[in-house]
Ligand binder design. Structure first.
Ligand code: HC0
Ligand code: SF4
Length: 570
């Protein structure tokens, strides 16, 4: 099909919208609502264009091209229409860019104001009288519906991708708004805090519940020892905030940046992921050999755990009793490490840097504390850490590489791949297979669980016994696998579940945008780190061996149970 856009002839080989055709030839038509993956279009009215022969301008995102169509995307008329529509949107938006987390780089509305050259002195914003209260009910998410531009992306991702349906359009006509479907604060809904809605919001209507101030206060306190742990998926994504390609391993610079920010020790969640494999692998073998509840399902993703608690309370015994690596880290830091270094656990502040917003909720759960002392005190998202680095004028790309502090910082490649869907299962297979057979695996990689598919299946035969494995990411897929267990048709022994499609690399706290390209490159980055490591199996981690020898004694032992395992609430 041939069309002409702004005088430029374009040939396409399939039907598509004007917006898609324009993008193919790098003609930028602005839009605030369109999202290819979500099928959202036609809500913001910004992408107007003129078509020869048509009296009225059309929306480029929902108008299909036809043979010979002549389109103009930048006429004075469309520019005026876009400006009028933008002013309408701004009239119900607060003028608070100064304090908005998404300001400067991550706000598509702000970008559009600059692109269209709007004179801000002539704009009317949402008035104080029109303001509604922010929803501060969740430790993970902050909803400020004053900023919502009703694009509908959050509604689509929550419903179509995650299958949760916590958000929707409510009221009608001019009164229409996006809210929780029930009208209740988000903490009282079916929301699992995955943060996928944050990642698609074009403005700052839904963001993480910020912890930047608590961090700044902790590092300024001379009586506090601040220990940081960095999650696997952060290392291959943070660089994007500083214009490095997705998947670049910035672990070394990250360590240096955190030291410059004033923390005392930089440790590694990959280390406690290795610890999780020791505990979870032992738990699995115990269930397998003693007719325990199978399939066993991983429990390191707090969105997944919340989903299971809310929707499948009768199946909770299938979840591993292991705490997540984030919480295991905190538990070990405030016991083993505190004793070793003669520190008062009450004066240790554990900070996690996570690709996830649910980790804030997980850290705040009542059972994730001991004697009134929380295991993890502060959780920063990848984006929050990037903001801190920028605010402190640290020239990230010029930093020299630092090394993790050893005791709780030495990690294997198995711990690193936790950050991508299939990684926990692969790490578990590397260890379980050697424990069962007593021999070294010929090939370290376990390819059937790799790739970004939402549901993956694999089998492994060890000493004549075939284990059936499944790897699931995204809440909608998790529901399918749980229905199988419920009706007794689940063929599996062991299942890995992560709440976000793709796993933590696509978490709700990661640099924006989080699209297929970024997700694929971050996955490649994690596998490359694993490949480059000398030690790639959790049970061979010398720092983990030291924790068992000097403190825990054995996996699933009495002390390990007390510190590293948990229970679930229906
Ligand atoms: Fe993940 Fe984790 S792998 S949940 O995705 O298991 O957030 O990266 O830190 O805890 O290790 C997130 C990432 C972690 C934990 C680990 C697990
Ligand atoms: Fe839906 Fe996840 Fe957003 Fe909650 S955090 S509203 S479950 S997309």
């Amino acid at each position: 099909m041939k069309v002409i856009i702004n005088g430029q002839p374009i040939t396409t080989d399939r039907p598509m919208t004007i917006l898609e055709a324009a993008r193919i030839c790098d003609i930028h038509i602005p839009t605030l609502c369109y999202h290819a993956k979500l099928g959202v279009a036609g809500n913001c009215g910004i992408c107007v264009v003129e078509v020869a022969g048509s009296a009225n301008p059309v929306l480029a995102c929902e108008t299909e091209i036809t043979e010979g169509m002549e389109i103009v995307t930048d006429s004075a008329r469309v520019k005026a229409l876009r400006e009028r529509r933008l002013r309408e949107i701004l009239s119900s938006h607060p003028n608070d860019c100064l304090t908005c987390f998404r300001s400067q780089g991550d706000c598509q509305l702000q970008d559009l104001v600059y692109q269209l050259g709007i004179d801000m002195d002539t704009v009317t914003f949402r008035s104080q009288a029109q303001m509604v209260d922010k929803d501060l009910s969740s430790p993970s998410l902050l909803r400020d519906m004053n900023k919502c531009i009703k694009c509908g992306r959050c509604v689509a991702v929550c419903d179509q991708v995650q299958g949760i349906g916590a958000l929707g359009y409510v009221r009608h006509g001019a009164e229409e708004i996006i809210d929780t479907v029930s009208g209740l604060p988000i903490a009282e809904t079916s929301c699992i805090y995955c943060g996928q809605c944050i990642n698609v919001c074009p403005v700052g209507a839904i963001t993480e519940n910020l912890s930047i101030y608590q961090f700044t206060k902790a590092v300024a306190d001379p009586d506090m020892t601040v220990l940081v742990q960095i999650a696997p998926a952060v290392k291959v994504a943070l660089g994007e905030e500083f214009k490095l390609p997705a998947g670049t391993d910035v672990s070394g610079k990250l360590v240096t940046a955190l030291r410059l920010l004033g923390v005392d020790k930089v440790f590694n969640t990959d280390f406690s992921a290795d610890l999780t494999i020791m505990e979870e692998g032992t738990e699995f073998l115990g269930r397998l050999n003693n007719s325990g509840q199978l399939p066993m399902i991983t429990s390191c993703c707090p969105s997944w755990v919340k989903f299971a608690e809310q929707n499948y309370p009768q199946l909770l015994p299938h979840l591993s009793s292991c705490k997540s690596p984030q919480q295991m880290f905190g538990a070990i830091a405030k016991t083993f490490y505190a004793q070793k270094e003669n520190l008062n656990p009450g004066k240790i502040c554990v900070v996690s840097v996570m690709p996830c917003v649910t980790k804030k909720f997980e850290a705040s759960r009542p059972e994730m504390a001991r004697d009134g002392i929380r295991e993890v005190d502060i959780v920063l998202t990848t984006r929050e850490l990037a903001k801190l680095i920028r605010l402190n004028k640290i020239n990230f790309n010029q930093l020299a590489d630092g090394d993790f502090d050893y005791d709780l910082g030495f990690a294997t490649g198995a711990g690193t791949i936790f950050g991508v869907t299939g990684g926990v299962m692969e790490a578990a297979v590397r260890t379980i297979s050697e424990v069962i057979t007593g021999t070294q695996r010929e090939k370290i990689e376990f390819m059937p669980v790799r790739g970004l598919a939402g549901v993956k299946e694999a089998e492994i035969t060890l000493n004549g016994q075939t284990l059936r494995l499944a790897v699931v990411s995204g809440a909608r897929n998790a529901a399918r696998i749980m229905e199988q267990i419920k009706d007794g048709s689940s063929p599996y022994h062991f299942i890995e579940v992560m709440g976000c499609p793709g796993g933590c690399i696509a978490g709700g706290g990661q640099p924006l945008p989080v699209m297929s390209t970024e997700i694929q490159n971050r996955a490649r980055g994690l596998y490359a780190i694993d490949e480059g490591k000398a030690v790639r199996k959790s049970h061979e981690n010398p720092a983990i061996k030291a924790v068992y020898e000097q403190f825990l004694t054995e996996p699933n032992g009495h002390l390990a149970h007390e510190l590293l395992h948990t229970h679930y609430t229906d």
